[in-house]
Design a protein around this ligand. Structure first.
Ligand SMILES: C[S@@+](CC[C@H](N)C(=O)[O-])C[C@H]1O[C@@H](n2cnc3c(N)ncnc32)[C@H](O)[C@@H]1O
Length: 477
């Protein structure tokens, strides 16, 4: 990464097109991050907006990494960054013109979170972007506000006898609310409803671990295709490419990347189908389902196929595996993944899983095992989805709970007597997890709950949060 030291940039131009800013070191990456924040605030998904901005301009690998860090970081920290604006601006953050608010977020994020960007570069590049991006008259405001925050932080450092502002927590210097849950929400930049809920669900130290995990870069885990590739072969190929890997305890085929390579598809063995990207928590789910070679298995919400392909691998690619999803485009990714991994036992069907019993009357009592990896709020994967915490609301959770009930009920007639149903989500919300299973069991007392697990982000071992409940169908039906 190269950053402008904040010296004398070329004269301002009226617009901030990618070409116009490309010539200043470090400016293009900040401009791209700003555009991502603007797009997300206007309703775009963070990953799609980031990809679009990265594709619009030629950037080095280091600058692409900087755009990603600034954009995702500032989106996650929206609440905390707004609190800094509220404390030092004359106008509250939510009343600022959006262009100004999101530009200030890019600058503030660097001041508060980035040890590698000097404060002078964070301020000067933000002021320069204001001038070039149509906010010329507000450039002094940008400069004044960022410098006020910096001065506040420096006073905090002097008071605490620390070595420098980078040793401070990003919230230090702000007045925190007296209510512990509200203070927790502000420190970890979580919406109030979620912060309060976490305080009800977890002891304080586990809620803290959740907050830290929601804002830390998630691990990058792979699953070895055990039918195609031996552990030593994969280890040798990664060693030759100078990418360090480590095994994941308790997961036969799991490994984690200790280095952050640029393009994953260029890693050794991708084209050959030696591995897939899959978080360690997701890898645990299929272990709980425990599919056996030769069985009939339904994966009812299967796209993009991470678990369906894992099921096929565990079944030695022998048996009947149906991968159903209502999204045809996402289902194409299941087929492509299966092909790359050399798996032929998976069949795909585009359908609403809630009406399978009507669409496929021949599927009554057909399956030995069913995986229902249900659509959910994804509250266990906040670290991976920067904008998710601002999209999900208690009302969304209620809508999802109703959908989950429908899907669960629709699975029951498809299981053979004594068959196994694994309900899984990547959320930590009890409304989508234990409460759904309890409701199902109230209506079907002859079904047995064999096992229930809730995995929390920040728990030892790392990985996304997930929930799984293993149910057994009655023998006589
Ligand atoms: C959590 S994702 C599944 C991830 C997948 N099991 C994997 O491991 O790669 C949930 C999926 O459910 C699908 N879905 C949502 N509602 C559905 C429905 N009513 N019927 C079928 N699929 C549905 C979505 O399109 C999405 O692909």
């Amino acid at each position: 990464m190269t950053v402008s030291p904040g010296g004398s940039p070329p004269s301002a131009t009226p617009s901030a097109t990618p070409a116009a800013v490309a010539e200043i070191s470090g400016l293009a990456s900040r401009q791209a991050a700003w555009q991502v924040l603007l797009a997300v605030a206007a309703g775009a998904w963070a990953d799609a907006a980031l990809e679009r901005e990265l594709n619009r301009r030629p950037l080095s690998a280091a600058d692409r990494a900087l755009v990603t860090e600034l954009a995702y970081g500032a989106i996650r920290q929206r609440r905390l960054l707004d609190a800094w604006l509220d404390a030092h601006g004359r106008v509250r953050a939510e009343q600022q013109p959006p262009k100004l608010r999101w530009l200030l977020h890019v600058g503030l994020y660097q001041l508060l979170f980035s040890a590698r960007v000097p404060a002078s570069a964070a301020v000067s590049t933000t002021v320069e972007l204001a001038k070039r991006g149509g906010l010329g008259r507000l450039a002094p405001v940008v400069n004044g506000l960022l410098r006020a925050v910096l001065r506040r932080r420096e006073r905090e450092v002097a008071g605490a006898g620390l070595a420098g502002v980078v040793a401070l927590e990003p919230w230090q210097g702000l007045e925190l609310p007296l209510d512990p849950a509200a203070a927790f929400g502000l420190r970890h930049s979580l919406p109030n409803w979620l912060a309060s809920a976490l305080f009800q669900w977890l002891p304080p130290e586990q809620a803290e671990a959740f907050g830290r995990a929601a804002n830390a870069p998630p691990p990058l885990d792979l699953r070895r295709q055990q039918l195609r590739c031996q552990p030593e072969t994969l280890a040798a190929a990664f060693a030759a490419a100078a990418v360090r890997i480590a095994p994941l305890p308790g997961l036969d085929a799991g490994l984690t990347l200790l280095d952050r390579p640029g393009a994953l598809r260029q890693l050794p063995g991708y084209e050959e189908g030696w591995w897939s990207v899959q978080d360690r928590s997701a890898q645990r789910i299929v272990g709980l389902l425990d599919p056996q070679p030769g069985e009939r298995v339904l994966d009812a919400c299967a796209a993009p196929g991470g678990k369906a392909t894992q099921i096929a691998e565990r079944m030695a690619d022998r048996g009947e595996i149906w991968a159903v999803d209502r999204s045809e485009s996402r289902l194409r990714r299941v087929a492509a993944n299966a092909e790359r991994l050399g798996l032929s036992s998976i069949r795909v069907l585009a359908a609403d899983a809630a009406s399978l019993v009507v669409e496929r009357p021949d599927w009554g009592a057909r399956f030995d095992r069913i995986l229902l990896d249900a659509p959910c709020s994804g509250l266990g994967t906040l670290a991976r989805h920067a904008d998710a915490r601002w999209r999900i609301t208690p009302a969304t959770v209620e809508e999802l709970a109703a959908q989950q009930d429908q899907l669960l009920a629709a699975m029951l007639p498809l299981l053979a007597p004594g068959g196994w149903l694994l309900y899984a989500t990547c959320t930590v919300h009890p409304r989508e997890n234990g409460e759904r299973i309890a409701a199902l069991l109230r209506g079907h007392p002859d079904w047995q709950l064999q096992r229930e697990s809730q995995w929390w982000p920040g728990q030892e071992g790392g990985g996304d949060g997930f929930y799984a409940a293993l149910l057994r169908a009655p023998e006589l039906r």
